[in-house]
Design a protein around this ligand. Structure first.
Ligand code: C5P
Length: 228
């Protein structure tokens, strides 16, 4: 079944805690991203003691540095951790080797292929000659072969990735909007039910929950869509 992850995008740890408590009955995981981590560090993550936590830090550096970053994060026991597939095979393999030290409780590594904020022209500007779909598949295969457990992908990439890669890789999907909700800056969205039936393992939902008058009720309504 598809699970729900609430993205707690704030620099305020008290706000994050309130959201975490409100969504606890409906969300199997809480996502803390760059803005929270840069403002509050590891101590801030420890304040969010509802587990499991997805640390969305999108690591991208030389293999030795990324491996050191993964080792530094292991005491926080995140369930998921993101890194950029564009860092290459050796970087991903180094991250996986560092994570493996934690044994069965190790964080699952999720690779980001092409940022969904890049359109075809912006991607071409970075030097990528083929199209977005081709680049997503190339980086997805590379990341999984190097030791990533899954991918962060757009809802519109789910069926392509499932067809090419099979049922095994975890697919974690942001850009989700319940029918009728404001889209904000997400360009190509899907409803929770559509993304779940396309084959997502986890949906990441931020503002439709956190900007709602009642975040707990908003999360519960989305979760109900996933089971109903
Ligand atoms: O508020 P919203 O539902 O748009 O939040 C989506 C979350 O997923 C944010 O934390 C954002 O950083 C993250 N994300 C995304 N698109 C990606 C990868 C991550 O929106 N391609």
């Amino acid at each position: 079944m598809t699970g729900l992850i609430a993205a707690l995008d704030t620099t305020d740890p008290q706000q994050a805690r309130r959201w975490a408590t409100a969504v606890a009955p409906s969300c199997g995981m809480l996502k803390l991203g760059l803005e929270f981590y840069l403002a509050n560090g590891a101590a801030g993550v420890r304040l969010i003691d509802d587990r499991p936590v997805f640390l969305d830090l999108k690591l991208h550096d030389i293999p030795n540095t990324v491996a050191g970053g993964v080792r530094a994060i292991l005491p926080l026991r995140p369930a998921f951790l993101t890194l950029h597939a564009g860092g290459g095979r050796a970087m991903i393999a180094a991250a996986r080797a560092a994570a493996d030290v934690a044994g069965a409780d190790r964080p699952k590594l999720l690779a980001v292929t092409v940022l969904t904020s890049l359109d075809a022209e912006a991607l071409h500007e970075t030097g990528v000659a083929g199209g977005t779909r081709q680049q997503v598949l190339r980086l997805a295969r590379l990341a999984l072969a190097a030791g990533a457990d899954g991918l962060v992908c757009s809802a519109h990439e789910i069926s392509t990735l499932r067809d090419a890669l099979g049922p095994e890789p975890l697919l974690v999907v942001p850009g989700i909007r319940p029918a009728g909700s404001a889209v904000g800056d997400q360009a190509r969205t899907m409803t929770p039910r559509e993304a779940a039936s396309a084959g997502a393992d986890w949906l990441v939902v931020g503002r439709p929950i956190t900007a709602a008058a009642d975040p707990g009720a908003a999360a519960a309504a989305i979760a109900a869509e996933l089971v109903g």
